[in-house]
Design a protein around this ligand. Structure first.
Ligand code: FAD
Ligand code: S2G
Ligand code: ZN
Length: 483
């Protein structure tokens, strides 16, 4: 596995004893206290197989009250905890580094309420995103985010990583669509901020602190969020574009001509397409006779089939006439829509199949975004690696991935700190949506000034003075020394 931030275990944390396991069995029931090595193995490994933990115990609470009892006990005993949702995170945030106890949220999987007038959903944190989407879509609504991991990721994990995904361009960030959060603090205090009001201007909006906190401030046990109406008319087109500057012109044109029905604008380079076609079964190239440096997936989601079609046709005619687009196709049915999204969403899976991968999830001014891919490719031209660039162009979010045959510090030193310094020099962010986890726990200072980091450490100390929640992650480990 790849090397990671903390070199040694924080010995202010206790190690497990029989009395602990007995306590947890009493509170949760035997079947929700996992000590079996085989059962623990997948929980100690991240989705990419890049990081590995050594936890000897996983707990599966079913209620907020059980989470509260478990945390209060662990806080008193100084037992470190890693909250784990769907374990699809890409920065090693959901698995232990050492023997931390894993707190699984999968048992918190109930929908609490849904208001079919406002579209307000209240549910427990362990609900899987795709399950929620099918439940709200039966009532004419959609979840306000969508990502390739929808089949496994949980809404609690989405909130904890402030996941962006493929529709942020349309539905905005979870900081806007989440109305309320229930969370349990390290000492067992239940923070009931689970309101469902659109407007509540009374004091500090504390729920916002939990969004993107990656399990370091509290365990999110329930979420209320606003679901937009489901669009009755969805269209997806797949466009071949000659250069990166032109992808931006197409983006400007899409916003002008498609306006309010534009719901996604994704890009990927030829290298990403080739790698996906090579490593994924059943992927059909919509433009098999076209080779071009860049491809775009442009999606509209509206309410009037005829109007939307007209808009899309005139947008396409314009970008073709002005030779911004060399070739393109509009999906004719839901199977073709799924096929096009299957390519874009398949890139991650293809990279995983291709082998070890160094992933960078960066916010960069769009005009310069692809320069980083090209400079990285040049720097590594002599190494056995494949550099690909793709992402949420509409959000200014680049996914730069370096695929290789094995994790190798010789490869890593060609990428870091170059990529972070390059991004920082352009006032970008070293984590657009995936979070910092253990991968970037020591990197926050590239794009956050020290006084801001100090304030975050004060917040962390206030919420979790013993540092038991997801230690070694997100913030620099000065904490460990301070204990
Ligand atoms: P986990 O991986 O289990 O945990 C993630 C972090 O949140 C960890 O630090 C964990 O400790 C913490 N956590 C989890 N649940 C809780 C809780 N209830 N309370 C407190 N802390 C908690 N991410 C994007 O942003 N955009 C994408 O487009 C995207 N696409 C992806 C595609 C694929 C194929 C894959 C595998 C991943 C993708 N991801 C993407 C990354 C990942 O899916 C998201 O970060 C997702 O939100 C993680 O949810 P999860 O339930 O799997 O959380
Ligand atoms: C995406 C998924 C993870 C990755 O596809 O948008 O967020 O970088 C990514 O492969
Ligand atoms: Zn992404």
């Amino acid at each position: 596995s790849a090397s990671t931030a903390a070199a040694s275990r924080n010995e202010s944390f206790a190690t497990l004893e029989d009395k602990d396991r007995n306590f947890f069995r009493e509170v949760l029931g035997d079947s929700n206290v996992i000590t079996d090595t085989d059962a623990l193995q997948p929980l100690n490994e991240d989705w990419m197989g890049k990081y590995a933990g050594k936890s000897k115990l996983a707990l599966r609470p079913k209620s907020t009250e059980q989470v509260s009892k478990v945390l209060a006990y662990c806080n008193d005993r100084r037992l470190a905890i890693v909250p784990q949702g769907g374990n699809t995170g890409l920065v090693g945030g959901s698995i232990p580094l050492f023997d931390e106890v894993i707190l699984l949220t999968a048992g918190l999987n109930q929908v609490i309420s849904f208001d079919a007038v406002s579209g307000t959903l209240v549910c427990q944190a362990g609900c899987i995103l795709e399950h929620l989407d099918s439940q709200v879509s039966a009532q004419g609504f959609t979840m306000p985010l969508d990502l390739g991991a929808k089949g496994s990721c949980q809404i609690g994990g989405n909130v904890s990583t402030n996941a962006g995904g493929l529709r942020l361009l349309r539905y905005g960030s979870l900081h806007g669509s989440v109305l309320g959060i229930e969370a349990v603090l390290a000492d067992g205090t239940v923070v009931d901020a689970l309101q469902t009001l659109r407007k509540d201007n009374t004091g500090y909006d504390l729920k916002q602190l939990f969004i993107g906190s990656e399990g370091t401030l509290g365990v999110v046990t329930a979420v209320s969020l606003l679901c937009p109406p489901r669009s009755s008319s969805v269209h997806v087109c797949y466009l071949a574009v000659p250069d990166f500057a032109t992808t931006q012109k197409v983006f400007v044109k899409a916003r002008q001509r498609l306006g309010e029905i534009l719901s996604a604008f994704e890009f990927f380079d030829q290298q990403a397409l080739d790698l996906t076609l090579k490593h994924l079964e059943g992927i059909r190239n919509p433009l098999p006779d076209t080779q071009t440096p860049f491809y775009l997936v442009v999606e509209t989601s509206g309410s009037n089939e005829e109007h939307d079609n007209e808009k899309l046709q005139s947008f396409l005619e314009e970008v073709m006439e002005e030779e911004m687009v060399l070739d393109g196709t509009i999906a004719q049915d839901s199977a073709q829509i799924a096929g096009i999204w299957g390519i874009r969403e398949g890139i991650s899976v293809a990279l995983k199949h291709a082998g070890p991968v160094y992933k960078y999830d960066l916010s960069i001014p769009v005009a310069e975004m692809y320069d980083l891919v090209e400079e990285t490719r040049q720097r590594m031209a002599h190494l056995p690696v494949e550099v690909v660039g793709y992402g949420h162009l509409g959000d200014g979010n680049l996914h730069l991935n370096v695929s290789c045959q094995k994790y190798d510090d010789e490869i890593l030193r060609h990428i870091e700190p170059f990529v972070y310094e390059w991004t920082a020099a352009r006032r970008g962010s070293i984590s657009a949506e995936h979070g910092l986890g253990q991968m970037k726990a020591e990197c926050i200072r590239y794009t956050k000034p020290q006084p801001v980091v100090d304030l975050m450490l004060q917040v962390k100390n206030t919420f979790d003075p013993n540092g038991i929640l997801n230690p070694y992650k997100v913030l620099p480990q000065v904490m460990a020394v301070a204990q």
